[in-house]
Design a protein around this ligand. Structure first.
Ligand SMILES: NC(=O)c1ccc[n+]([C@@H]2O[C@H](COP(=O)([O-])OP(=O)(O)OC[C@H]3O[C@@H](n4cnc5c(N)ncnc54)[C@H](OP(=O)(O)O)[C@@H]3O)[C@@H](O)[C@H]2O)c1
Length: 457
């Protein structure tokens, strides 16, 4: 998408002007013009003064070398409790978004999160001729195409580099650094909360509930952690990665999500026997014009780079048809790393860098239904009341659905009334496995529903 680093009237009237004027603007675009060069530094209005908003303000304060950016407004509800003298005397504090829209700010930085009122603010800011930078993955995953279209029509910049993987420049890497390749697959660890919980179960041999409680106490999980642990947070990020990297239109709701809630220490013990660990893996693959997109716990071989990711680290591996694998890794969350990504977008918005902004266009529209046809090896963990004939009963169902057993593992030392064991399957389609598991769930010897995970090679 071509982006014009020139001021455009709020009504977009540039598009209706004569050929000479358009040519003149094209020439202006060709040289690296600083936004507001004639009027001094780029004026920034922060909306949302929480974890990331405060880090952005501090980073702006500390970058005295960065004279092209100037914080002029901070907007938040209940603003009196947010006011801070360290931002300097020139900042206007307000709780009125209308005041921001009416102000002379060049760029609005949306850091409230959520869709309401963030969506309306961003639309109105673009419509009244302001560029926008946001870290809001939900907003971009759901409305990115429409907002980028609006920004383009208005000749304004919409930056969203902080939406995926915090401070890791994966979106600009996919958009610019790998522009010469055709990316066919993106997979990675995109959610720090899941990573923390899985690390704690693995290291401490504790239950999921205990690990979640620890994560909440340490500030790594929200009071309602569903969005993280059930996969929707990573699905929103994967949708943005797929749009920018694979150039495909992917709605986050179409991503197949599996929860990490049913995992326990025994899964890590069995994974270890298989030379693996367990991670929440997000995968989007293009094949024959179809997109396969899924988020969920997977067995990952200990040699795989994804197995070594811990804490709030994120790692994304993109696979190009020509360049092969490229890795993007680092701090995936936290105020300061995310603020770095916001500032990088602000510098671009201010015209300090000449690269074009990340774009969702052109996007192919593709069905996600085929995700269920993707073949992979699987790990299945059962907990049963032991009695003769259990393996025979399971094997009969697998045979009916043409699924091949690879191995059976059973660790000693467990009660017969609550006996865990693992079956691994040779590569098979998720659709066939789902049908088999639906039948198996009816068996009365099961103490709890089986746990199923793909094995990442
Ligand atoms: N934190 C991270 O590590 C991280 C990483 C990547 C991306 N992000 C994204 O960055 C954005 C901000 O995250 P955050 O962690 O900074 O969140 P946060 O700490 O909860 O800050 C949000 C701020 O926005 C204010 N706010 C919320 N709704 C508002 C409304 N309707 N009107 C006015 N002010 C409102 C909140 O005010 P109150 O104080 O009254 O609640 C708070 O000060 C989110 O989109 C998030 O997904 C965060």
């Amino acid at each position: 998408m071509n982006q014009m680093n020139v001021a455009v009237p709020a009504d977009g009237s540039l598009r209706h002007q004569g050929p000479e004027l358009l040519l003149a603007h094209a020439a202006v675009k060709a040289r690296p013009l600083t936004l507001g060069a004639a009027e001094g530094p780029c004026r920034i209005a922060l909306v949302g003064f929480g974890t990331v908003g405060q880090s952005v303000a501090r980073l702006l304060q500390s970058r005295s070398d960065e004279r092209s950016l100037c914080l002029t407004y901070v907007c938040n509800r209940g603003i009196a409790r947010k006011m801070a003298s360290w931002t300097g005397p020139d900042v206007v504090w307000t709780e009125s978004m209308q005041e921001i829209l009416d102000s002379d700010a060049d760029v609005v930085v949306e850091l409230m999160g959520g869709l309401d009122p963030a969506y309306e603010l961003v639309v109105r800011a673009l419509r009244c001729g302001k560029s926008v930078v946001t870290a809001n993955k939900q907003l971009i995953a759901h409305s990115g195409s429409h907002l980028l279209q609006l920004a383009s029509e208005q000749g304004k910049y919409l930056g969203f580099g902080a939406c995926v993987a915090g401070g890791v420049p994966v979106l600009s890497g996919l958009q610019d650094g790998l522009a010469g390749d055709r990316i066919v697959k993106i997979r990675g660890i995109l959610n720090g909360t899941c990573n923390y919980i899985l690390n704690r179960i693995e290291q401490g041999g504790i239950s999921f509930a205990e690990a979640l409680r620890e994560a909440q106490q340490a500030g790594f999980a929200e009071a309602d952690p569903s969005f993280d642990i059930d996969g929707q947070d990573a699905a929103a990020k994967l949708a943005i990665l797929a749009r920018v990297g694979l150039k495909v239109s992917l709605e986050p709701e179409k991503v197949t999500c599996r929860t990490i809630r049913n995992l326990s220490a025994i899964d890590f013990a069995y994974a270890k026997e298989l030379g693996c660990t367990v991670r929440q893996i997000s995968t989007a693959t293009m094949k024959d014009g179809q997109i396969y997109a899924a988020v969920g716990p997977s067995l990952v071989g200990n040699d795989c780079s994804l197995a070594k990711v811990s804490g709030n680290q994120n790692l994304i591996v993109s696979t190009g048809e020509f360049g092969g694998d490229t890795m993007f890794g680092g701090q995936g969350a936290g105020g300061d790393p995310t603020a770095v990504a916001v500032l990088s977008d602000l510098m671009q918005a201010a015209g300090c860098r000449s690269a074009e902004q990340a774009s969702f266009q052109p996007a192919r529209v593709s069905s996600c239904e085929a995700t269920l046809e993707v073949e992979s090896s699987h790990y299945l963990r059962f907990v049963v009341r032991d009695r003769p004939g259990i393996i025979a009963a399971l094997a009969a169902v697998f045979a009916k659905h043409r699924l091949n057993l690879h191995a059976i593992l059973q660790k000693p030392g467990y009660e017969k009334e609550c006996l865990p064991f693992v079956i691994t399957l040779e590569p098979c389609a998720q659709r066939l496995l789902t049908m088999a598991l639906d039948e198996i769930k009816g068996f009365d010897f099961l103490v709890e529903p089986p746990v199923s995970m793909p094995i990442v090679q």
